[in-house]
Design a protein. Structure first.
Length: 234
């Protein structure tokens, strides 16, 4: 007697909400940096426009000086446009692909300011990092998981680490390591409000990190104060 075929299991809408919530938790940790990167040049551009308008109204600016001012404003406008384009990395529906080094460098720049508030240092990623293929393009969603690994080590390690370091783990892998003890550990334990923006959301524990990686088909392995994130082979 032939066995009955069971209909395919319908996607669990609750699980989809959990996944979206975890992705949102990563974005909320990074958004203050993105907002600052847009607001900074915008303030400079507004000030430059105001000064240009005043001097033009007074007639005490030569055409050459006016052109120079406009070029400065254009530079600030270009910087704002660049940072706005960075927001595309948070859209999981796009098919953008980048080098591993480019995505890891973005993760470091987004994580560094908040970690510094907590007394944890991260060095900027060098322009050339031996180990990653500089031509191979990988899905932009790697950014979510690398940031999740950084935040996990920065938030869930006790005591808080003094340093977080990132290095290649093969052409498709990223190793994140925490070391040392932050000098801010005792202060934050006595006064959690001093922890800054990263203290607001719940800590990124390992269960959350594994769930974050699951729908993105990214492997995560943890060993002590070290996490390795590996993309599947194409």
């Amino acid at each position: 007697m032939p066995s009955k075929k069971h209909p395919p299991t319908a996607p669990d809408p609750t699980q989809g909400l959990v996944d979206a919530g975890l992705q949102h938790a990563i974005l909320m940790r990074a958004i203050p940096v993105l907002r600052h990167d847009v607001a900074g040049p915008l303030s400079v551009m507004r000030m430059g426009t105001m000064l240009l308008k005043r001097r033009l109204a007074k007639g005490d600016m030569t055409p050459e000086q006016a052109v120079e001012r406009v070029e400065q404003i254009e530079e600030q406008l270009g910087e704002i446009a660049h940072h706005i384009r960075r927001l595309r990395l948070w859209d999981l529906q796009i098919n953008d692909r980048h080098t591993v080094r480019a995505l890891v460098a973005e993760a470091v720049e987004l994580a560094r300011p908040a970690l510094m508030v907590r007394g944890t240092e991260m060095e900027p990623l060098p322009p050339q990092v031996p180990g990653w293929n500089e031509e191979m393009q990988v899905p932009h969603t790697l950014l979510y998981v690398v940031l999740g690994a950084i935040y996990h080590l920065a938030e869930h390690t006790s005591p808080l680490p003094a340093h977080i370091h990132i290095e290649p783990a093969g052409m498709l892998g990223v190793r994140v390591r925490a070391s040392g003890t932050s000098t801010a550990t005792a202060l934050l334990a006595d006064n959690p409000a001093q922890a800054g923006p990263m203290a607001q959301p719940p800590a990124m524990d390992m269960a959350a990190l594994l769930q974050l990686a699951k729908p993105l088909s990214v492997e995560v392995q943890a060993a002590g104060s070290e996490i390795t994130v590996t993309l599947p082979k194409a």
